[in-house]
Write a protein that binds this ligand. Sequence first.
Ligand code: F6P
Length: 565
Amino acid sequence: MLPFCYPLFACCHCRMNSDILNPINLTPAWARLHQHQRATRFVHMRELFQTDPDRARRFTLQLDGLLLDYSKNRITERTLELLTGLAEEADLAGWMARMQGGERINVSERRAVLHTALRLPEGEAQWVDGEDVALEVHAVLRRLRLFVERVRDGDWLGMDGRAITDVVNLGIGGSDLGPLMVHEGLAAYAHPRLRVHFVSNVDGQHIARTLAGLDPATTLFIVASKSFTTPETLLNAEAAKSWFLQAGSPADIARHFVAVSTNAEAVAAFGIDTKHMFGFWDWVGGRYSVWSAIGLPVMLAIGYERFREFLDGGHAMDRHFFTAPFGSNMPVLMALIGIWYNTFYQAHTHAIMPYDHGLRRLPAHIQQLDMESNGKRTGRFGQPLDFDTGPVIWGEEGANSQHAFFQLLHQGTRLVPCDFIVPMNSHYGLDDMHRVLVANCFAQSEALMRGKSEAEVMAELAHLPGEEMDMLLPQKLFPGNQPSNTLALDKVTPYLLGMLLALYEHKVFVQGVIWGINSFDQWGVEYGKQLARRILPELDADTALAEGHDSSTQALIRHFRSRHE
Ligand code: F6P
């Protein structure tokens, strides 16, 4: 008998049998890939480039102003053919259709997954249970537009009649990382009067330091929380309210606090008029929510029209994803190549290096997107997964990262697939500097791929006495064969940033489908929250410690009690 059944998901149901009875790691497609890896693992990419002058052209895709060069990977056409076979085995096309069709593919929460509906142009429908949710999306966008235009035009007045100068977004996780990253990335488009700040951490210094320079009479707070139950955000919102009420009255809150949430009741209970709440829906996951009203701080900074361009960029990537054949589909290819290393080479990490100061928070956003989505050991129907799943995502802006961790990439012992992201043009002039930045980016991926051979090092050291050469030679060798993708944007525009983000979202989805994961729940973050709720009162010296703590946790609680002033 099957462990459980979701009668609501007639179409997912037959997949459940298949996932459980025919796990992906027991399929012939999986076995063929292992065999292919064993047969090709000593091939150096340098040879692949030498024997095929056309390689870069064949392994490059361009969509509008976004180019993906995936030629510096340990792949051949045969590898892609086998990986595509794996995607077919996992019924990728079926899951894409189920997602697009509004089926409740987030089976553990019984929700549809429709962040793509947030990016639809007006006039295109998205049906869920007989209802066109795109109509609601556009209704909220219209309300957002009116609000944003009033604030930007200086018509939304603070308590003493002055225009808003500072916006503080209070949110965490998906209610922070996405908007923060996009806001930073598009700083070149920012409104000249409005400064946007982001407060996420429950460490009080974050809000204290942010509020220190602000005037309550010209500050607007956005309390951004899908659930409106997240303690970090609610504590920050309470702290902001207390700070505000030192200068303003409760009646002034309406002009200085707005909310973005799916939970109107909790918003009202907090004291924000639901007239000043912008909603979204349970079919938008937190880490996929920057396209919804959660993007309000971005919209305030760059204006509605630019935000629409961001949505249009996301939508262009959606169209590409849902229609292009797998072999020329950017998200599918990035996902398959990622699986090639993660699953078949057992590479455990994946680094993301934006060569753009504005995109320096992109690795953190993708970290949540990828690790909260695919950091799972159980399949979507509860079946155990007997193989490694989501990699550790990390990264840092280039060129700074070159002076920090690139040593390990070049000469360490680990296989670390990388994504290099670089704009061809800067918003900020200083072209000489931009050229140096771009040259560094291209040089790193070239060096990682080529390496430096013994003959090349010997030629460099030819002038040295033999003993010194013997000592230095191995230290100056670069094995190379480190894989990377390069994503080149014409410029970091709202449209192209929208494309880039949607590209990563779909990549994560495809990997989840192949591994048999539900990429849209996050049960793993709940347990720590539960224990924190238990420990909080125990930090008080008068409260007895609950049974069941291990000796380390008990000792740490006692240590806090004895040292806390
Ligand atoms: O960390 C778990 C999580 O639920 C994330 O998925 C989410 O983005 C974040 O907390 C914030 O949640 P909310 O928007 O409901 O406050």
